[in-house]
Design a protein around this ligand. Structure first.
Ligand code: BGC
Length: 707
């Protein structure tokens, strides 16, 4: 024990171990700790790259999906055949599942349930660790997203800062629940989601006030919840690329939030400083990023230039030491020195993944329209038509980010696979009608589908986006149904049969014509490997939809941004929305928080009382319909007399009740003035102004109170 170096002694404080190890490291060893790259194929298709050689001095490996044994074998080389035996930290994009795929994060947000998010994340993290040895999960993407043209909204928790913050915390907790040897990585820091026009990778202009109000809080919440790693983003923010944004990476992250972990640049982002118009000089790129506070480089290898820069005195080694210390701190804190290998498989927190997948797909579906109580369909149907390109296509359940599951339909079934279980003995006419692309299909195929459907008692049209139409580098300028699908729907409408649209999408779409051409519209998102069965459970009334939109659905693209939490205009014509355009109805097609049920809920008796440290609000929710159902009460705050004008409404809480027909229950909210009524200025300082506030419950009733 006497000769054991201090950094190998788990009984010592992390800081002491870091200092001891750092003092033993050569310059080259330090530089290598700041590099992350794949071995073999990069599993993320957006960063297609292949590395055949393996360097055991690497700080981190990403996207490795070669299995636990291979991972352990590489790790063994790092541990046993290098001078200091520093473990590699293994990162992977476990965004909403590994092999078993759950609903996409935007769908998860529709359930308004941190517990659901934590369950999905914990189980996915366990699977990824057991399958291929992941220490670092590149999620959650905790960017507030307000532009559905941007394909990556599917990875987000939507447009509301409170909701994104709560679900970010849940996701961070989920990874830690999977294993104390794992951490979440918050991404992308910061402002990437506001890229100009929703065009991926483009620059972002965000005023400081909006950063403080909207974009930074979920990251701060994630840091407080214990995320040990943050990924700096691709974008230029107000003229400064995020990987060299000292204000973000140094002043806010370290100075204000005291973040102890490390920052890794997004893939190739440091080298992309050239494209962004900073410099093509690798050393200048590396030193600018490092000195701004970006500790690790992902894939670009630009940080290798740091070695010479230090040797020749162009940057101080101390700068490097700070970054290496951040990386080592995380490795020590995660116990990687003591547990470098994947040993026993971890137990899944959920004993039955299929049940979790079913439950989450049920809770995340959002009923957008239901005219004449078309849903649930009556029992005993004998002739059913299932039409549309999404009916038998696995990609719509798996979505764009499931890098490992995409290749296989190992667990995923489709609507077509599942339909006969839910309508035993019925005569089912299936036809695709058209594809997802304009060139896939013709008028004849549509006519044939309509002819087949015309004989049925009900038509289910499975429509939407194919799984690869959202995600990274999947921006869209048109948000209607892609391809010939609207034509198909309009033709089906002419049959006069009850018409139910089952909608799959990774982003909000513009659905005016869709809504006009159907009786019921059930949004399923991209809803995971039990998503098809869940859809039929909902359609047949075995389960009741309860999801609420986490992001507004615009009527037309020209209306974007149309998120709910905007500042009021100077001429308010209506309470919620101002006259906006001479050629468009006001407000989005489906606002944030919209979501119907098969039953109905009444809201009464909203009252607000003063308590010792703030206020207590309560509202009575009654199930006034004929079926049991779950209601989410969304609490919106209005601050109509503020020094810095506040958004007309902002969410400060949400609560849920499950009610039998006729049953009522009180749903409460504690309001803490510093947390809920104060707001930040452009420097982040929070101010609390006495005065009048309005509390609104689910846009159904509201009451005033005074601070
Ligand atoms: C994405 C990140 C991802 C990384 C690693 C990048 O293209 O922007 O979200 O974590 O690749 O795969």
């Amino acid at each position: 024990m006497k000769d054991t170096p201090r950094y190998k002694n788990p009984a010592l404080p992390v800081q002491e171990r870091v200092n001891d190890l750092l003092a033993r490291m050569t310059l080259h060893e330090k530089v290598m700790q700041l590099n992350q790259r794949p071995i073999g194929e990069d599993s993320n298709p957006n960063n297609a790259s292949t590395w055949t050689e393996f360097d055991p001095l690497l700080g981190s490996v990403l996207s490795f999906f070669g299995g636990v044994d291979a991972r352990n074998a590489y790790q063994r080389v790092a541990m046993e055949q290098t001078r200091l035996g520093i473990p590699i930290i293994w990162g992977f994009d476990v965004i909403y599942g590994y092999k078993h795929i759950f609903p996409i994060p935007l769908a998860q947000a529709s359930a308004f349930s941190p517990k659901l998010v934590q369950d999905i994340v914990a189980n996915s993290a366990v699977e990824a660790r057991n399958e291929t040895g992941v220490d670092l999960v590149f999620a959650p993407m905790c960017e507030v997203c307000r532009d559905p043209r941007w394909g990556r909204v599917m990875e987000s928790y939507g447009e509301d800062t409170w909701l994104v913050s709560k679900l970010t915390e849940a996701s961070v907790r989920g990874v830690a629940q999977a294993s104390p040897n794992m951490s979440a990585c918050l991404k992308h820091f910061c402002g990437y989601s506001a890229s100009m026009g929703g065009r991926d990778y483009h620059a972002t202009e965000i005023p400081d006030l909006a950063m403080r109000e909207t974009y930074l809080p979920p990251f701060e919440a994630g840091v407080k919840a214990g995320a040990k790693v943050i990924m700096s983003s691709f974008n230029t923010l107000n003229g400064i690329p995020a990987v060299r944004h000292r204000g973000l990476l140094n002043d806010i992250l370290r100075g204000e939030w005291h973040f102890p972990g490390f920052v890794v640049a997004d893939c190739l982002a440091v080298a992309q400083l050239q494209d962004q118009g900073f410099t093509a000089d690798a050393e200048k790129q590396a030193t600018a990023a490092l000195s701004a506070g970006n500790d690790m480089d992902m894939v670009s290898l630009v940080y290798l230039a740091l070695e010479k820069a230090v040797q020749e005195g162009r940057i101080q080694e101390a700068l490097l030491d700070t970054a290496v210390a951040h990386v080592l701190t995380v490795k020590f804190e995660l116990g990687l020195f003591e547990h470098p290998y994947i040993e026993e498989p971890l137990p899944f927190p959920a004993p039955d993944l299929a049940k979790l997948a079913m439950d989450s797909a049920l809770k995340t579906a959002v009923l957008l329209e239901n005219r004449h109580e078309t849903l649930p369909v009556p029992p005993g149907l004998r002739k059913i038509a299932l039409v549309g390109p999404a009916a038998a296509d696995c990609s719509v359940y798996i979505g764009g980010w499931a890098v490992v599951a995409k290749a296989t339909r190992e667990y995923t079934t489709t609507l077509r696979d599942e339909i006969s279980t839910y309508f035993p003995g019925a005569d089912i006419a299936y036809s695709r009608g058209c594809g997802f692309l304009a060139e896939d299909g013709d008028d004849e195929a549509i006519a044939a589908a309509v002819q087949a459907a015309a004989k049925s008692e009900v038509i289910f049209a499975a429509l939407g986006e194919r799984g690869n139409m959202s995600g990274e580098y999947r921006s869209r300028a048109n948000l209607g149904l892609p391809g010939r699908q609207l034509k198909l729907l309009e033709a089906l409408r002419k049959t006069g049969k009850p018409l139910v649209v089952l909608l799959f999408t990774g982003r909000p779409l513009c659905l005016q014509e869709v809504a006009d051409n159907c009786d019921a519209l059930l949004l399923l998102w991209e809803n995971g490997f039990r998503g098809a069965a869940a859809a039929w459970e909902l359609v047949t009334g075995k389960a009741t939809p309860s999801g609420k939109l986490p992001m507004s659905f615009p009527r037309v693209v020209g209306q974007i941004p149309c998120h709910y939490n905007q500042r009021p205009s100077c001429r308010s014509l209506k309470e919620n929305f101002q006259a906006e355009y001479i050629d468009l109805e006001e407000g989005p097609q489906y606002p944030f928080g919209h979501g119907l049920s098969y039953t109905a809920f009444g809201y009464d008796d909203l009252h607000i009382a003063k308590t010792g440290d703030g206020f207590r609000a309560e509202v009575t929710v009654t199930n006034t319909g004929k079926r049991p159902g779950q209601e989410t009460v969304i609490w919106y705050l209005g601050d109509p007399e503020a020094d810095i004008v506040q958004p007309q409404w902002k969410v400060i809480g949400a609560g849920q009740v499950a009610l039998a027909p006729g049953e009522k229950q009180t749903v409460g909210l504690d309001i803490l003035p510093d947390r809920d009524l104060a707001y930040p200025d452009a420097t982040g300082r929070r101010q609390l102004e006495p005065g009048r506030f309005i509390l609104n419950a689910s846009r159904r009733c509201q009451a005033e109170f005074w601070l």
